[in-house]
Design a protein around this ligand. Structure first.
Ligand SMILES: [Zn+2]
Ligand SMILES: [Zn+2]
Length: 272
């Protein structure tokens, strides 16, 4: 169970996602009840000058959390820690591991399909942001109907599941607010999480050719070059070599793999 891929459980059990979010709902509720009973006070008191330097550090950490979750969805980390690490980081970035996994596997299967890609890209970045926010939840529903059938009962089931997921978001956020204290939660934790989410959307848009694309027909995975993306590759484990990632998703640092490939091709050319 602790080493299983969430999407495999999703395909085996029609109630998987309801039970999964239900589990985290109860876990957060129990944590808050324990805080209340034990008189636990938040770790961080009122606003402080050090929130300012903490902001970029936490933002960087949250982007890395998404990056590692992404690798966990592809099983790129050792099997013993893959799922556990994905779950812990999924709670920190709020969205939770199973939804990252289900949505991302769908993205690889249907990338740039206008209807089925859970976050299809558009030449305009802000259109992509808006459509991504609307489409991801719809695609979670659609993924369920694709596996379990598009029936009225399943629509009712998914509507119950969505309510559970929203409820889980709320108790999870409330737990973080209690642990961190309202000032740090509102001034650092929430904005850093929103910006890290925006970074992920920008990453998805740019690596599906967002900057060069003139129309939606031009959207496809690309290996980005140029100094900004080279710097991005250094900071974020080669994520901008995204065409190579779509070819071989299990590689942890696709930019490094691409460089090795290009060096080998150059050497072969010279000997030919
Ligand atoms: Zn992609
Ligand atoms: Zn991927």
């Amino acid at each position: 169970m602790l080493t299983t891929h969430p999407i495999a459980q999703f395909r085996r059990n029609p109630n998987f996602y309801l039970l999964y979010d239900g589990f985290w709902f109860v876990a957060c509720a129990v944590a808050m009840l324990t805080f209340w009973r034990t008189g636990f006070t938040s770790l961080i008191a009122g606003p402080s000058w050090w929130f300012l330097p903490a902001f970029p550090v936490l933002l960087f950490a949250f982007i890395w959390a998404h990056l590692i979750i992404h690798n966990c969805t592809h099983g790129s980390l050792p099997k013993a820690i893959n799922r556990t690490l994905g779950e812990v980081l999924g709670l920190i970035v709020i969205v939770r591991f199973a939804s990252w996994d289900v949505v991302h596997m769908r993205h690889h299967k249907y990338s740039d399909d206008r209807v089925k890609d859970p976050h299809p890209n558009y030449p305009s970045f802000w259109t992509t942001v808006f459509k991504t926010i609307v489409s991801v939840e719809q695609q979670l529903f659609q993924q369920y109907y694709d596996v379990w059938g598009d029936t009225p009962e399943n629509h009712a089931r998914e509507s119950r599941r969505a309510k559970m997921s929203y409820g889980t978001n709320l108790v999870l956020l409330a737990t973080w607010a209690w642990v961190l204290g309202p000032a740090f939660f509102l001034m650092v934790f929430v904005p850093c999480n929103l910006l890290a989410g925006l970074f992920v959307i920008h990453f998805n848009w740019s690596t599906h050719n967002g900057e060069a694309a003139k129309s939606i027909e031009d959207m496809r995975p690309v290996n980005l070059t140029g100094w900004r993306y080279q710097l991005g590759n250094k900071l974020f484990a080669g994520i901008y070599a995204h065409a190579l990632h779509h070819d071989r998703p299990a590689i942890f640092n696709p930019a490094r793999a691409l460089a090795v490939e290009q060096a080998t091709a150059n050497a072969q050319q010279q000997t030919a």
